[in-house]
Design a protein around this ligand. Structure first.
Ligand code: ZN
Length: 408
């Protein structure tokens, strides 16, 4: 344990704090996240106060991590922050509402309704109406089987198996999205950036996640990594990276905060402060998504898998902080005691760690319709950026359930 650790809580300077941003949104929530980030950069959110008596500070995040469309936002911030994060986020604000995310030209989400395939402008991509009918019936059966057979104790794990075993069809057009990622993200700037970038995607065949770092964003595969991280299973085609297919990793991440925790500066005296922005279907006013239509069900479970994993990770940070404090007390009593040695063996989690702070930002306003989520207009997206900004301005750590160092 470093010297002076115990004095950090109320007196540490801004430089001692290393800020990390974790993005994970799609559609309107990707815009909401950008609004939250803007507020943090401009120093208007109480979340960036060093102590309750000081004013919020303007932060300069050192780590950006993302899944889903949040992967794009993270990559953009890492590549464009040369002129400062505020300039970068302004440019992201301009581009995000109109260009980013799968542009759904019609509702590809009602897999259960055969008429969708027949009269749909995307039918040429589906190829044959007969296949579509088959797909539709097959999915109806599978989803029915899935809910009939899923043990109640393990719904998410069973669901993950189900999705990854299914050969989802390709129903959305992402050519403009791929082009936009290629045109707007400079890979060399990511490799040279002083920001650490962590993007997580899932290997479709193996059902395992992989986190990509700055050096992995090479000319051969860098853009595919970003597009793959945005490839929601069932809505966006899988992306090839070195002959393997990858999709959005959010659903399979057991520990969504781990890539950022691994990337932290391990210098003594530096404290990691995480800002995690995500959609939590179990938080806020009313349910998120009406669960009619198979994709709505799939997407709601997808969000649940991720939000529950984030919530569990935040709980782990809280427990690790408590363990570290206890360890400090033991050490102060007698650093060579048997109790101290035993503690060290029992608590591997505390090894080389110092206490961390986690702020969470979850919109309390939910959209009910899957189309509203994925087909928000440019004006609506701008509105969601403003909502994110306003929510961060009014951020209340107690209500949000944040982990603060001085809270106990
Ligand atoms: Zn907070």
């Amino acid at each position: 344990m470093s010297q002076g650790q115990e004095s950090i809580s109320s007196t540490e300077s801004g430089q001692a704090r290393q800020h990390a941003i974790v993005f994970s949104g799609n559609g309107y929530n990707a815009a909401y996240e950008v609004g939250v980030l803007k507020a943090l950069l401009h120093g208007v959110s109480p979340a960036t106060r060093v102590s309750p008596s000081t004013a919020p500070e303007k932060i300069q995040p050192e780590i950006y991590a993302g899944t889903s469309v949040g992967a794009y936002s993270a990559a953009f911030m890492a590549s464009e922050s040369e002129q400062g994060d505020i300039t970068a986020v302004e440019r992201l604000t301009q581009g995000l509402p109109t260009e980013v995310g799968p542009r759904v030209r019609a509702n590809p989400f009602d897999y259960l309704n055969p008429s969708f395939y027949l009269g749909n402008p995307l039918t040429p991509f589906v190829e044959f109406a007969n296949d579509a009918l088959h797909l539709s019936r097959d999915l109806t059966k599978r989803i029915g089987d899935f809910f009939a057979s899923t043990p109640l104790t393990q719904p998410l794990a069973a669901f993950q198996d189900q999705v990854f075993n299914y050969e989802w069809d390709i129903l959305s057009d992402i050519s403009s999205l791929s082009r936009y990622v290629r045109d707007s993200i400079d890979l060399e700037k990511i490799r040279k950036s002083n920001k650490k970038l962590r993007i997580t995607a899932a290997n479709w065949q193996q059902g395992r996640i992989r986190t990509f770092e700055n050096k992995d964003f090479t000319g051969d595969t860098g853009h595919q990594v970003i597009t793959a991280a945005m490839a929601i299973p069932g809505a966006v085609p899988r992306q090839r990276i070195n002959h393997e297919e990858f999709v959005d990793g959010a659903m399979l991440m057991d520990h969504p905060l781990q890539p950022v925790i691994e990337a932290r500066d391990r210098q003594p005296g530096r404290r990691l402060v995480l800002h995690v922005i995500y959609l939590d279907p179990e938080f806020g006013e009313g349910p998120l998504l009406d669960v009619r239509g198979s994709f709505s069900i799939v997407y709601r479970l997808f969000l649940l898998a991720f939000s529950r994993a984030v919530n569990a990770d935040i709980e782990r940070v809280l427990n690790t902080n408590r363990a570290l404090r206890f360890q400090e007390l033991l050490e102060a009593l007698d650093p060579d005691s048997e109790a101290m040695r035993l503690w060290g063996r029992l608590n591997q989690e505390t090894k080389d760690r110092s206490e961390m702070e986690v702020h969470r930002y979850r919109s309390t306003r939910h959209l009910r319709s899957i189309l509203d989520i994925f087909q928000a207009s440019s004006e609506q997206m701008k509105r969601w950026i403003e909502i994110g900004y306003a929510d961060a301005e009014e951020h209340d750590c107690t209500k949000a359930g944040c982990v603060r160092i001085s809270q106990e």
